[in-house]
Design a protein around this ligand. Structure first.
Ligand code: MG
Ligand code: ZN
Length: 222
């Protein structure tokens, strides 16, 4: 079964590099988030809101993963944090090696929280660990409630599901009860937070969850 062997080797090698990234992050005391969703679910907007909420408390840096362009990196840089853009040149996810290559572009000795915005895709970003503490995913209400049953790995791997664009609930076909139940069937531990990045609803709960995770990580190192 040579095909299966090749896939396994790719994932093994990615895990090895991710382990190296993780060791470096531990040494530097950096909490790392891998943020994933479909295109247009609101990743960059959530990154911007998160930076604004936590800027006085933590030193934040961002790695932006996109197939091409630097639009999102430019948006994030306006918030006054260091940011590196990874262009995957067609690749539909970022992997541990791309993150490792991007790290020299960041002042790691002056970073407490590193946010990685993955390429917009509900499939393979969940397969490639990058050395993160948490995978965080966004499902937005216009995408529909069928996503957990179609892309279970993403929901299984994530610590949190943010249901974004909750302000659009009256206007879209989104069965939130089904979305939550199907997501929890993929991952009973999944934390679910309803958010509207536009109105600000739920952002406090998100920031509180993230702060708790960062503090738990820092205490574990103390
Ligand atoms: Mg984006
Ligand atoms: Zn991919």
């Amino acid at each position: 079964m040579p095909v299966i062997n090749v896939v396994r080797q790719v994932l093994d090698s990615n895990d090895r590099i991710a382990g190296g990234n993780r060791a470096l992050f531990d040494e530097k005391g950096i909490y790392v988030m891998n943020l994933m969703s479909s295109p247009g679910a609101g990743k960059t907007t959530l990154v911007e809101k998160t930076i604004d909420a936590l800027k006085g408390r933590y030193r934040i840096a961002v790695i932006e993963g996109d197939i091409q362009s630097t639009h999102d990196a430019e948006r994030v840089a306006r918030h006054g944090v260091p940011v590196v853009q990874i262009n995957t040149g067609g690749g539909c996810h970022i992997d541990a090696n791309m993150v490792r290559e991007a790290l020299p572009g960041l002042p790691l000795d002056e970073v407490d929280v590193l946010i990685n915005e993955n390429v917009g895709n509900l499939v393979c970003p969940a397969e490639f660990t990058i050395g993160e503490n948490d995978k965080v995913m966004i499902l937005s209400t216009p995408e529909g409630a069928d996503k957990p049953s179609k892309y279970p790995l993403m929901f299984h791997e994530s610590s949190v599901m943010i249901i974004n664009k909750i302000d659009l609930l009256p206007y879209v076909e989104f069965d939130i009860v089904k979305a939550k139940a199907d997501a929890l069937a993929c991952n009973p531990e999944l934390v679910i937070i309803e958010v509207s990045c536009r109105t600000g609803q739920g952002l406090d709960a998100w920031v509180e969850w993230l702060t708790t995770r960062v503090e738990t990580f820092r205490k574990g190192r103390a």
